[in-house]
Ligand binder design. Structure first.
Ligand SMILES: [Zn+2]
Length: 217
């Protein structure tokens, strides 16, 4: 019987992907998930993965320093270098998740940092979700833009016109923090609409769409 290296961790990635796909944070084949395995290696979802049919053996295992693939049946995500940048910078936060979750991605389209006002959000994520200037997916340009903006007290970054990347102490923690960010993004967008365009004809529509998302779950 063949054994799969790092089976527990790779299966944990599969499981969290299904959970995040169910919530709509990973939609279609968008987004990707990485987990540091030891000092030299990390695991990452395959490129263009279907989260509902993905298996642990398909999860790629890469060297953290060179991104050389050492295991996994499919090629790694095009955002592997983005994850490696976060994982190298924060060995104490071995989980890294990139999503196109809808409300935080709307803030990324506006191109502002997302301020975090709730004490619990600030305690876990820092004072804001910082904004990283636009770089096309899977490019060195995007990786360098993120690297330049890394700050030790900030654990989530909006990628301009694209989505979000968050790193955490575990995959479960990352999934929970993504929910907190989505809620904070909904609250911030509502507030912006109310203060900047209180008479806009779409205001009531935005209110109806966003207000339920600000409730704690
Ligand atoms: Zn993406």
């Amino acid at each position: 019987m063949s054994t799969i290296r790092y089976l527990t961790q790779r299966q944990a990635i599969v499981d969290i992907c299904v959970q995040l796909a169910d919530t709509g944070y990973l939609a279609g084949t968008g987004g990707n998930v990485a987990l540091r395995l030891d000092e030299q290696h990390f695991a990452v979802t395959p490129s263009a993965a279907d989260y509902y049919t993905m298996t642990a053996a398909q999860i790629a295992v890469l060297r953290l320093d060179t991104l050389a693939q050492v295991d996994g049946e499919l090629p790694p995500s095009v955002e592997s270098a983005l994850h490696a940048t976060l994982l190298r910078a924060r060995p104490d936060r071995p989980a890294s998740v990139h999503t196109h979750q809808p409300v935080a991605s709307a803030v990324a389209l506006i191109g502002c940092a997302l301020p975090l006002r709730e004490a619990a959000d600030r305690a876990e994520l820092g004072p804001e979700v910082a904004i990283v200037p636009y770089g096309p997916s899977g490019t060195g340009l995007l990786v360098r833009a993120l690297r330049k903006r890394l700050r030790p007290e900030i654990h989530a970054y909006l990628l301009r016109n694209h989505g979000l990347v968050c790193n955490a102490a575990s995959l479960a923690d990352a999934a929970r923090l993504l929910g907190r960010i989505e809620r904070a993004a909904a609250g911030w967008l509502l507030e912006q609409g109310r203060t900047r365009a209180p008479d806009h004809p779409l205001h009531a529509f935005a209110d109806a769409a966003l207000a339920p998302l600000t409730a704690s779950t």
